[in-house]
Write a protein that binds this ligand. Structure first.
Ligand code: AMP
Length: 400
């Protein structure tokens, strides 16, 4: 009964207490099932599985990621899909940080695991969780090749001028300090979608991609090669995000320690989990923020203003970095859905050849679409991202 899954890829995205998964065919894009386990290792853990048009939630103790994958496998079996005998093509793992070592999808073996472990100090919140997912999948599906797809990979070739922090070179080199960039799988996928939509080769297009989700990043891509991106050594730099601050004066961090007497772990939590939109107005979900703005909430309006200000700062910087811009594209939860963000990010830029059409901008769709006016020199697009599909394709392409 598991014939339908033959050749499919199981994509895993393991967070510290969550595990998202999707089973899909990389060639036809058909999604056979997806699910999410939450609060792994905590009280009140649960898993939701969707397959054959049914959604089931089990509130069950999930002490670790191994237990979560095991529970998912039972859901699959209930639908006639035995993952062990399904002849899967690969398990594709999202791995956040590839350091300087990994810049293309990599088949996972013991050596790769030890190297990902070695570079975990660069992403202590993310890579250890990714590794736990990798170990669990390898032990539960030992016959299926596991492939790591790195969030940093697309930005591996960033020009030195964009990748270098102006600090002592010796210190930077000793501690692998440079700008790596993240959300690379999404920027890569979406920039490819843009080329397809415009019917032009990627090599001919200069574009800005704005990935605006709970995490957010911008990239400047010249002829298919990223020349700058807003996230840096960690996914904390750049745009204002749901709970992350984005750009700061580094002196502020020293002040928090010296004067406010916060410890490093407290500053880490403050900047990663209690800042951004949440820090500014108490909410990190854009739907709630929009609602509060409509209700006249000053904090929500202030947070939105900071968010848009930073976004325009990056758009302006990347227009200059690229010199000529053919397309500006919005993607991810906020970018695909928040009409006002798209309008406000690009308002008043007619003299730069950027004209958003309000009616096109207001249309809702799951398809890539143009929201710029016919007389806009720069194509403004909305293109849904699909990191799972991108990971599945890359994993399938190199699975032995
Ligand atoms: P992502 O990280 O790409 O899944 O994006 C998640 C974020 O997208 C959520 O936190 C929301 O702020 C935002 N979002 C999702 N749907 C909408 C919507 N219909 N309108 C505005 N924002 C949305």
């Amino acid at each position: 009964m598991s014939a339908g899954a033959a050749g499919a890829v199981l994509v895993l995205n393991a967070g510290s207490s969550s595990l998202k998964y999707q089973l899909l065919h990389p060639d036809t894009h058909e999604v056979l099932a997806d699910g999410i386990a939450e609060r792994i290792g905590e009280a009140g853990s649960s898993i939701t599985h969707e397959q054959d048009g049914e959604s089931e939630t089990d509130v069950v103790e999930l002490p670790d990621h191994h237990a979560a994958i095991e529970r998912a496998m039972r859901f699959f079996a209930d639908h006639g899909t035995d993952l062990r005998s399904a002849d899967l093509r690969a398990v594709g793992h999202r791995v956040v940080h590839g350091g300087r070592t990994f810049y293309r999808p990599t088949v996972i073996d013991a050596e790769v695991i030890s190297e990902i472990t070695r570079i975990s100090s660069l992403a202590p919140l993310h890579n250890p969780a990714n590794l736990i997912g990798i170990e669990a999948a390898r032990s539960l599906l030992p016959d299926v090749p596991s492939v790591a797809v790195f969030d940093t990979a697309f930005f591996h070739g960033l020009p030195d001028a964009a990748a270098t922090y102006a600090i002592d070179r010796g210190v930077a080199s000793m501690h692998a300090i440079r700008r790596y960039g993240f959300h690379g799988t999404s920027h890569d996928y979406v920039s490819g979608q843009v080329a397809e939509f415009l019917g032009r080769p990627t090599e001919e297009i200069n574009q800005i991609v704005l990935h605006l989700g709970n995490g957010a990043s911008a990239s400047a891509i010249a002829g298919g090669r990223p020349i700058d991106t807003s996230m840096g050594m960690t996914p904390l730099e750049g745009l204002v995000m749901g709970t992350r601050s984005g750009d700061l004066d580094p002196g502020l961090v020293l002040h928090l320690n010296r004067v406010a007497k916060l410890r490093v772990d407290q500053i880490d939590t403050l900047l990663n989990k209690q800042s951004g939109l949440k820090g500014l107005c108490g909410e990190n979900d854009f739907r709630t923020i929009t609602q509060k703005m409509d209700d006249g909430d000053d904090a929500a309006r202030g947070a939105y203003a900071v968010y848009i200000h930073r976004l325009r700062h990056y758009i302006g910087a990347y227009m200059i970095a690229l010199g000529r811009v053919d397309a500006i594209t919005f993607t991810a939860g906020v970018g695909e859905n928040a009409t006002s963000v798209r309008a406000d990010a690009l308002a008043g830029l007619e003299r730069y050849g950027i004209v958003v059409d309000p009616d096109r901008n207001a249309l809702r769709s799951k398809e890539p679409r143009r929201i710029s006016a016919d007389d806009s020199d720069v194509a403004v697009l909305v293109a849904p991202t699909n990191e799972e599909l991108a990971i599945a394709r890359q994993a399938a392409a190199i699975a032995p």
